[in-house]
Design a protein around this ligand. Sequence first.
Ligand code: SAH
Length: 254
Amino acid sequence: MTNTPWRSTVLTLFPEMFPGPLGVSLAGKALSAGLWTLEARDIRDSATDRHRSVDDTPAGGGPGMVLRADILAAAIDAADAVPSATEDRARLLMSPRGRPLTQARIAELAGGPGPLIICGRFEGVDERVIGARRLEEVSIGDYVLSGGELAAMVLIDACVRLLPGVMGKQESGADESFSDGLLEYPQYTRPQSFEGQPIPEILLSGDHAKVAAWRRAEAEALTRSRRPDLWAARPNQAPIPKFRQNRPKDTTDG
Ligand code: SAH
């Protein structure tokens, strides 16, 4: 383990939104404890004109405004110039056009030095800055938000809970949804009977092997029925012809 805490830097037009929800509960306690750091930098600080403008109308016409490439590039370069900035950190652009975020990518990001995250607003950002600063476009789902800030918070929250020392029990990260390509098994706690529904008897049996087998079977059944895409994508999985027919292997990837 290194002494440097996991370090997130967010470029935004609304730095006052941070830490926001990241300042409470698990992430907030870890932030106060110095297990990770958060720096929200105002993109507007890199504006050059009197009005501190950061956007302009889209070339070719159309509605809305676009974040200027030169302003955003200057904001990224300024963040990179901070002495504690590391060369190998991921540079993410939150974007509905990006690669959908997965638990696997979250685990990678949590294992690194911590990302630089750029939050778009308006119609998005000038395409040229994406290539010029080698930004990785990341989406949190197939819907459109009004800005990248909530998406950045989603990403940071998912990373922070995986950092060493953040979750109470280390194993609570290993067992949950997506960790094994499966959705999590159903959970129960007291009371023993809720509106006539008992807790499944096997969970009260004290037989750990049986409990583990039951949970595994439940997780598999849930994943098969709710997320055939996840089920089919699991490694070492016998092919399920029903889904393979409709889902040819994605060859555009990588
Ligand atoms: N016109 C753009 C959407 C802009 S939404 C388009 O059609 O693709 C404004 C900003 O919100 C984006 O620049 C991005 O930073 C953020 N955003 C919106 N939806 C998002 C999503 N699903 N995932 C990640 N970021 C998103």
